[in-house]
Design a protein around this ligand. Sequence first.
Ligand SMILES: CC(C)(COP(=O)(O)OP(=O)(O)OC[C@H]1O[C@@H](n2cnc3c(N)ncnc32)[C@H](O)[C@@H]1OP(=O)(O)O)[C@@H](O)C(=O)NCCC(=O)NCCS
Length: 142
Amino acid sequence: MAEDQRKFIASNAYSLAEAYVLSKEGLYTPLPYAIYADEQMVGFVFAVFQPPDEQDPDDQETVFYLARMMIDHRYQGRGYGREAMLQLLEIMKAFQNGSAEAVVLSCSRDNIAACRLYQSLGFVDTGCLDEDGDVYYRLELK
Ligand SMILES: CC(C)(COP(=O)(O)OP(=O)(O)OC[C@H]1O[C@@H](n2cnc3c(N)ncnc32)[C@H](O)[C@@H]1OP(=O)(O)O)[C@@H](O)C(=O)NCCC(=O)NCCS
């Protein structure tokens, strides 16, 4: 990732630790994937399958939360991000442990490349902001 992109995303080491903790907790299913172009690792993507939390009456739907998506800066702008997202969406649609209503993610409006990528894949700006002021995007799966 380029230095000026670091503010947009946690480190991959942090994401892997998060995925490990989620897998131990058992409620959500972490789906971390390295992204390869042929033999070369070029990026990382991390989604989480989130069934409703029964302790939370406001949480009624099953979604995939796209927690992280990154392409190494040396390989950006070559279509790998889009291809990785398309393949991830296929994995989500074929997911064996259950089906989800939608894919959700949050993204800084300043992150022009990422916002354009998500919008070009059909994600819709919901207008809702998370605690960091990032906007939630949503793609219906059904
Ligand atoms: C966002 C990111 C994953 C895109 O990956 P990528 O492999 O460079 O993207 P692609 O080459 O597949 O491009 C797909 C689309 O993204 C958009 N895009 C990518 N780079 C862009 C740029 N520099 N400026 C504007 N739009 C851009 C375009 O819509 C592009 O489609 P187009 O080529 O038809 O115009 C990459 O920039 C990245 O890793 N950024 C740092 C981490 C990050 O911010 N992750 C998202 C957190 S929410």
